[in-house]
Design a binder for this molecule. Sequence first.
Ligand code: MN
Length: 405
Amino acid sequence: MSAENPLILPEDHLFGRHNLPYGVYSTADTPDRRRIGVRYGDRVLDLGAAAELFASPHIALLRAGSLNPLMAAGRAVWTAVRTDLRLWLTSPTHHQQVAPLLTPLTEVTLHLPFEVADYVDFYASEHHATNVGKMFRPDGEPLTPNWKRLPIGYHGRSGTVVVSGTEIVRPHGQRKAPADPVPAFGPSQRLDIEAEVGFVVGAPTALGSSVPQSAFREHVFGVCLVNDWSARDIQAWEYVPLGPFLGKSFATSVSPWITPLEALDSARVAPPERTHQLLPYLDDADSEPGGIDLRITVTLNGQTIAEPPFSAMYWTAAQQLAHMTVNGASLRTGDLFASGTVSGPEPHQRGCLLELTWGGREPLELADAKRTFLEDGDEVTISAWAPGPDAARIGLGEVTGRVAC
Ligand code: MN
């Protein structure tokens, strides 16, 4: 092999041997054929072709056009496939055979990597919930009495979850500021983003059963980035008494790469200290650390506007999954649950424009413009990385979207 061997990566590459995220792609030659790919460096491995080459026992799952069959297969299969993958990509004896199965990222189209079943969005940042509470309910306590007792969430619209790069059409709807006598109708004037982290369910459960925090790893396949686009004017008028609806359901963007949970093992951290004794199904005092140290960056038209730390989230994904199923609601392969807007304690760590501009009252100063909420043509990108083993970093890629003109 030459010095340009695509299987030899710099140790500090965000998509090196400790990451190996899964996605679904097509190429210009075969635009109608979707394949599972694994990102390695700046290339994509054709996983089905690799499975065939090495006579994997899981070839049927790996030749599928979506991740769902692999996700449904469960933890033992995920571990076996990841072990094989690591060997296929890193063993010098395989370089010659594997190199032709890699395609540069620039030559592929990435698709929604799995069929989204149910979609739930949580509200797990104490800083975000407190800031929003102050703005939406200035006369009350910012956190509702239940907030530190259970992970607050709502069911969203899975059919409008789209892959990174999909253009976002500004939603129309009703809005009414408190001083307005009657509602008006029209395009949202307060279109916003929410920088979030998504957890993807693989192994399903039966109706009537629940998933304790200790079984989290048996059910959750991996992690992606989420932009929960939000129309604040529509949301503010509609959300009492049943919560978010049309202000959220028009579009939710996800990153194209699903990072396996194991890739984030070195990034586990303890969540913030609990201020209330939790009920046993939510208590995580004696558990493995349930937080994840993900460093998120949000850019607007290429300029960084926020750096929210995921480690500051009050509720963990294991607590969210336990709560989501404690009533006996079943899980389906492809269920997606998002963390809620990630905001830290500092002003530059706030994960949405509502907080960054304090309700539109303090515009962001960009290099050549001011912004309160999104304008037509604006492009927002959320990216993240986590500490990996051996000082490596694990990239989660990015989720990007542009507001249609
Ligand atoms: Mn949200």
